[in-house]
Design a protein around this ligand. Structure first.
Ligand SMILES: Cc1cc2nc3c(=O)[nH]c(=O)nc-3n(C[C@H](O)[C@H](O)[C@H](O)COP(=O)(O)OP(=O)(O)OC[C@H]3O[C@@H](n4cnc5c(N)ncnc54)[C@H](O)[C@@H]3O)c2cc1C
Length: 311
């Protein structure tokens, strides 16, 4: 059975940053990439908010992360964790190739997958008119017309964020009210740039060369309409990739891992989490990378000074 001081699950910004810090601390460090080496950023062509890069594609940015992690000694294995036994240390992780890793510490950096609508036209315009992240892509819609699909907290946040840059923001809500924080909803209702279309669902994304709008259907009357837009932001939620740990680690009601502030510690000593799998609000690469570094530093402290508090 291969063993390692630190086993990292995930090859996004959180996983690679954890790899860089753990390997540089002199720990044997192994990273399982899962099925998407590079993580969610592989879906985006332009990143303008990662410090140090004025404009870089997701793939190029993640290649530098990978090269840096490897250069300092992180062993990178293109396998996915399929089973976890966290009942005792070393923890045992079984991969899709059948390898069982014995890990003194585990860093979970498996991310969260955005929910997509799966409506016709989405594949054509994904990343080219359709986005799932206003903080990431809002800037590209300065003084343009945008639509937000969703009626929860995320939709409200995205709408307020986009109202600062876009010419107009239309929220398409399936229900007849916005759900979520009262304050946030009040701000949405008070923002003159935001219009809400109630009881409506998007049935298709329209356009030829570029996205020009959406087709919608009223959920009560079935009436179909089209709406023009330069960009559409889907805000219908994320699914944290944490199913592997159900029943073993403490999670919130949506499956996000519960972690301790400042350390990334989970409910089991020696297991840490970083990035979007434990980040409910600020799902951003820089934040994921920072939390990966924190988790690795905590793992190092856990291994080198056992029994002392992590903070
Ligand atoms: C379209 C899009 C555009 C974005 N643009 C930006 C942007 O411009 N700027 C910005 O800051 N943020 C952006 N984001 C958000 C950013 O991508 C995420 O916040 C960040 O990638 C989270 O990093 P992470 O390491 O936590 O997880 P992820 O990047 O999601 O990586 C998760 C990793 O875990 C692996 N994994 C999953 N399950 C397993 C398993 N069982 N075993 C082993 N490995 C596993 C996956 O293969 C993957 O490598 C964007 C997101 C999307 C979807």
């Amino acid at each position: 059975m291969p063993d390692t001081h630190v086993l990292i699950l995930g090859a996004g910004p959180a996983g690679y940053a954890a790899g860089i810090y753990a390997a540089r601390a002199g720990l044997t460090t192994t990273l399982l990439t899962g099925s998407t080496p590079g993580g969610q950023l592989m879906l985006t062509h332009e990143i303008e908010n990662y410090p140090g890069y004025t404009n870089i594609s997701g793939a190029d940015l993640m290649t530098t992360f990978q090269q840096q992690a490897q250069a300092v000694g992180t062993r990178i294995i293109m396998e996915r964790a399929e089973k976890a036994d966290l009942t005792k240390r070393p923890f045992h992780i079984t991969t899709n190739a059948g390898t069982v890793w014995a890990a003194d510490t585990l860093i979970i950096a498996t991310g969260a997958s955005p929910r997509w609508l799966h409506a016709p036209g989405e594949d054509t315009f994904r990343g080219k008119g359709i986005s799932v992240c206003a903080t990431c892509d809002g800037f590209f819609y300065r003084n343009k017309k945008v639509i937000i699909i969703g009626d929860g907290n995320t939709a409200a946040y995205e709408a307020l964020f986009l109202a600062k840059v876009a010419a107009s923001v239309t929220i398409i809500a399936r229900g007849n009210r916005l759900t979520g924080e009262h304050n946030l909803i009040q701000q949405v209702h008070q923002e003159p740039k935001i219009t809400i279309i109630w009881e409506t669902e998007v049935t298709a994304f329209l356009g030829t060369e570029k996205l020009t709008g959406v087709r919608c259907r009223h959920t009560q009357t079935g009436l179909e309409t089209t709406l023009d837009a330069d960009g559409v932001f889907e805000a219908i939620g994320h699914i944290p990739n944490t199913q592997l740990f159900t029943g073993q680690l403490a999670m919130d009601e949506n499956g996000y891992l519960m972690t301790q502030k400042y350390t990334g510690a989970t409910s089991i000593a020696g297991v840490f989490a970083a990035g979007d799998c434990q980040e409910v609000i600020h799902r951003q690469a820089i934040i994921a990378a920072g939390s990966g570094a924190i988790a690795a530093l905590s793992a190092e402290k856990f291994l080198t000074t056992p029994g002392t508090p992590l903070t």
